[in-house]
Design a protein around this ligand. Structure first.
Ligand SMILES: *Cc1c(COP(=O)(O)O)cnc(C)c1O
Length: 326
């Protein structure tokens, strides 16, 4: 069942397995019998870690790097994805150009500071929609100069990148004592993480209840993106019946946009509260852009008793700490 996944080439970049941490004091504080775990993918290592590292293992597979001299990608001024791509480039001995929409404040802090520290060249464009053409132009410029660019799509949320979270699902399935009655809460934006988890659970025939908490877009769009990526990634595995299993599992996948607040990146009262609870009751640090909002959703579900007390919840920590220091 997992041999096809194992046969797909990747470049080892992540420190895995990341720990699955029990949070009994958090559960006690919430007054719930539900067992709560945190899958600490903030500890994937490379360039301060986070969920992008697992996706890049497949995006930057050795076969895709033949002759490549430079990685090109794009994001906002405080992009976690850009940080990890810049770190991967440096580790692999490649150059890196980041197309950034919008200017970082001066002095640069948080991820904007780290992009520079990791040696990336920065090209700024005014708007999000300017990123794609600018990446193409950078790739062309690199080619003219005798190099070769690999353009990494925003968020590395490609079918290939999603395979990183298929592996993560397999890892969690091995780590959890008894894999029955499990819910996984995860923040979703470009959809590769949730999409990979959907495919991974389908592949394992593991009936997890997945809850994707949107960081920006409407819930229906967030779900469509993730399911679409799961189906496309299933094709890479080429296993009969897998697409049907993905569709079946997708029926139980819930996405919510109720925790976005004023928009992408804007802190919310519920997110701030969740960050304080996770900090003081579990010793875990959340970021305000992604993980605090996903944690707020999880706390709400538990407090409203939407999760049966015999069940177990895994909160997937996707990283993002530099946003605390911007
Ligand atoms: C990118 C990111 C996400 C969203 O993951 P997607 O695969 O893009 O949906 C969640 N949390 C953090 C910290 C991120 O950097």
């Amino acid at each position: 069942m997992l041999t096809r996944l194992g046969a797909i080439p990747r470049t080892e970049l992540a420190s895995v397995p990341t720990p699955l941490i029990a949070a009994p004091a958090l559960a006690e504080h919430l007054g719930t019998e539900v067992r709560i775990y945190v899958k600490a993918d903030d500890r994937t290592g490379l360039g301060l870690g986070g969920n992008k590292v697992r996706k890049l293992e497949y995006e930057l597979a050795p076969e895709r790097l033949h002759g490549v001299t430079e990685l090109v990608t794009a994001g906002g001024p405080h992009s976690n994805h850009c940080r990890v791509v810049a770190a991967a480039a440096a580790q692999l001995g490649l150059r890196c150009t980041l197309v950034i929409n919008g200017q970082a404040e001066d002095p640069t802090r948080g991820n904007a500071c780290l992009h520079r520290l990791l040696g990336a060249g920065i090209v700024t464009v005014p708007e999000r929609q300017d990123r794609e053409p600018a990446m193409k132009e950078e790739a062309r410029r690199i080619g003219v100069a005798g190099g070769r660019a690999l353009v990494v799509p925003v968020g590395a949320s490609t079918p290939r990148g999603a395979l990183g979270y298929v592996r993560a699902a397999v890892e969690m399935h091995r780590q959890i004592d008894s894999p029955a009655h499990v819910w996984i809460f995860v923040c979703t934006s470009s959809g590769g993480t949730l999409g990979g988890l959907i495919l991974g659970c389908a592949l394992l025939d593991w009936p997890v209840r997945l809850v994707g908490v949107s960081a920006d877009e409407p819930a229906a769009l967030a779900k469509d993106k993730a399911v679409g990526l799961a189906l496309d990634a299933a094709r890479l595995l080429g296993q009969r019946g897998l697409a049907d299993s993905v569709r079946a599992l997708s029926e139980s996948v819930v996405t919510t946009d109720a925790f976005v607040g004023e928009g992408y990146g804007a802190a919310t009262p519920a997110g701030d509260e969740a960050a304080r609870v996770f900090g003081a009751r579990a010793g875990l640090i959340l970021d305000p852009v992604y993980t605090a909002k996903a944690a707020a959703a999880m706390l709400t579900w538990v407090r409203r008793e939407r999760i049966p007390s015999s069940d177990q919840v895994v909160f997937l920590h996707t990283g993002g700490h530099p946003a605390l220091f911007r």
